[in-house]
Write a protein that binds this ligand. Structure first.
Ligand code: PRP
Ligand code: URA
Length: 210
């Protein structure tokens, strides 16, 4: 599938399998979500440009350092479950600013219902990293990308722990310029719109509202 990056790394696959286990506790699920988010942020920032600069080294001589060039980031958690990935991504990008989008999927129609959004002032100049553990029908992700683009955002990436093929297609069709990073492309959605094998309700597991 186009614009899909599956992070097929042993650490990622190991941690994801622990999350899939039925007896995974809230504490463990939350911890693993953040650990995976850290690894996904590492992969999603691989194409950030870097430049050389002069700095004083430990011997008192000028040496060359490297720094990320002209990239500012806004991390965009989709409430609620996206909050579960926020600490992990911030560990890697500590100076990033946070924009928040609140969406609740209607359990009957599976359509996202918007209840909150707050973007950083210069969001249009930033690379947006949307975070949400689950990409199911793709409705929530497309609504978030629509919102970011309506604010002028041009550089958008999506980080999801598990993706369904149905959702990937919906996002790719609507926004082919947005790359989706995922730990797994799962089999399909069930009749209730849950990803199979998936993780169950990620928000409930992160917040302990099971
Ligand atoms: C879940 C998940 C995504 C969305 C994915 O959130 O965290 O945001 O569903 O489904 P979609 O691809 O079909 O839109 P939910 O709406 O259950 O809210 P929550 O995060 O508050 O649990
Ligand atoms: N939201 C979840 O939390 N899990 C799914 O499988 C689908 C949507």
């Amino acid at each position: 599938m186009s614009n899909l990056c599956i992070i097929d790394h042993p650490l990622v696959q190991h941690k994801l399998s622990l999350m899939r286990q039925q007896d995974c506790s809230t504490y463990k699920f939350r911890t693993l979500t953040n650990e995976l988010a850290r690894l996904m942020a590492y992969e999603a920032t691989r194409d950030f440009p870097i430049e050389d600069y002069d700095m004083m080294g430990w011997e008192g001589n000028i040496i060359q350092g490297k720094q990320i060039k002209g990239k500012t980031v806004t991390i965009v958690p989709i409430l609620r479950a996206g909050i579960g990935m926020l600490d992990g991504v911030m560990d890697m990008l500590p100076t990033a600013k946070i924009s928040v989008v609140g969406l609740q999927r209607d359990e009957e129609t599976l359509q996202p219902v918007s209840y909150f959004d707050k973007f950083v002032p210069n969001v249009s100049e930033r690379t947006a990293l949307i975070i949400d553990p689950m990409l199911a029908t793709g409705g929530s992700m497309v609504a978030t990308i629509d919102l970011l683009k309506s604010k002028g955002c041009k550089d958008i990436k999506a980080l999801v722990i598990v993706a369904a093929p149905e959702g990937v297609k919906v996002v790719n069709d609507a926004h082919p310029d947005v790359t989706i990073y995922t730990a797994a492309l799962d089999s399909h959605l069930n009749e209730n719109g849950y990803i199979i094998p998936g993780l169950g309700d990620a928000g409930d597991k992160i917040f302990g509202t099971v």
